[in-house]
Design a protein around this ligand. Sequence first.
Ligand code: GTP
Ligand code: MG
Length: 575
Amino acid sequence: MAASVWRRVQAVAGRQLRVPRPHSRSAGRSSVGAAPVADGSEEPDLPNKATAKTFSALQAERHEQAERTILISCPPNVTEKKFYNYLASYGTINKYFFYETFGIYALVEFSGKESIEAVQRASTIPGLQHECAVPFKSRFFNLRNNHLGSQTAIHPSVHRLKQSVIPLNELLQNISEAKSIDEQLYTVLEEMQLTEENTRLRFLVCSLIKEIAAAYFPECSIRPFGSTVNNFGKMGCDLDMFLDLDGISGRNKAKPGGAFSVEYQTKRVASERVATQSILSVIGECIDQFAPGCTGMQKILNARCPLVRFSHQPSGFQCDLTANNRIAMRSTELLYIYSTLDPRVRALVFGIRCWARVQGITSSVPGAWITNFSLTMMVLFLLQRRNPPIIPTLDQLKGQAEKDVHIIESHDCTFASDYKMKSSQNTETLEDLLQDFFEFYGSFAFNNMSINIRKGKEQNKPEPSPLHIQNPFEQALNVSKNVNQTQLDRFVRAARESAWILQQEGLKHPKANPWGFSALLLPNSQTSMGKSKKRRRQPASERIKNLLDSLKANKQSTDSLSRPNGHQKNIPIVR
Ligand code: GTP
Ligand code: MG
């Protein structure tokens, strides 16, 4: 498996067209579940292609696609042929696929919106015996089987694509087969990144939520941001959404000339923040009351960035909906641009995020932990500081912007949206970069220096937070203000140990078990889950020393070193 992934990665890295990956976990991205017709030449948009689209062009394309798409809960014994024939009676299907969460679902993209209207005209509101259905007509349907007797299949005969996170032991197995640390990191990227189908599902959920918000604000849009679209998202990451009212507010509209002009009568509130809170509160209420599949609504309106949080059960996504959050949208685009400039960017970010999760440095619950966003900034900073650099600084990107000036709430968010970098002269391997990441941050002067991707240089720390990473746009803010000294110390300790582990000759060879990057992914029970003080103090390097000793002993007795033996727990890597 790793070999096929590697061939594909080489193709992408070499900026050539992609090659099929029949054995990869995410194989089928472009073919499985594709409609038997009208699927011909369409290629999913992969990052790092020479033809990488601009962020806004890609977003617009996916939004439009999502509006022609429906979600269907299928009966348990659904058969693909009957399913397809039935839905094709409403119009041409461009693409469809099945997946399973609590039940079987299908996502179906029609070639025109009129097909969806036809499905909606034919659909009925269910009559329930002891309850009452809220008659909200969305694009999420139930497919009912009217001829139960005629169905022969007991089990579904459809290919269901996984939407789940790869378990750690499966990931370790896959990367153990790689031939180099670079190959290991590209395999991590390949196995963990969002699939084409998962991305489609995310845009569909945004589009379904938009239908609720559009009841009040018909011209609004709901746009995903954060790791769903910045190219650093892994399966299982949350779905960050932004309610964009700019089209309504007239913020970008030129003032009309002439003797008169008209404006809307509106309610007035104390500040933009108050308006955002009240809009989110109402939309959150509607989602809670009317949107099928949305549960567990929490309103977190007093946060620095007010939001409503809920889960979308049919997709399994945890959703955060914000409004008036255009700077985060801009930082998402910035990260997207960085991700497309060199294939090593994504591979290293995914590797570091994966390492940090296994080491207990990041967590799925909010707290004093380092966030994935901060980790990404740390990787970008490292790549800016190489000689020659692998990616430009934000100031250099700004210098290329020409007319593309973006000022948001008086913050300068200008950078070139279509920045095309000549291939970097830097030829360092991912192995070099990984080693240097750990060495660099294992000895970084966190006590008095700040990380600044705008300048690509560390700066004196303006305030005493343990970890200071300057917000690239709101420059007076620190994106890692939440991190406390204990968590920073944990990160530094793990970085030092990992640097040490990577230097061990005995762990550099694919014959060792584990070897290379896998040796950094030993679940760190001592630091993240261990209960006893004694166990907690034992550093990973101690365990690795023991491992090396046993490797030496093994080597003397046999030449063939065993592969991972599956005694690891099935630990899913969540964000
Ligand atoms: P995961 O969800 O962990 O996969 O990563 P993420 O990048 O989506 O992070 P998160 O969901 O925490 O935040 C979503 C987006 O909000 C980020 O990608 C950033 O664009 C933005 N963001 C998050 N935290 C900060 C912060 O402290 N400052 C600023 N300016 N933006 C932030
Ligand atoms: Mg997120």
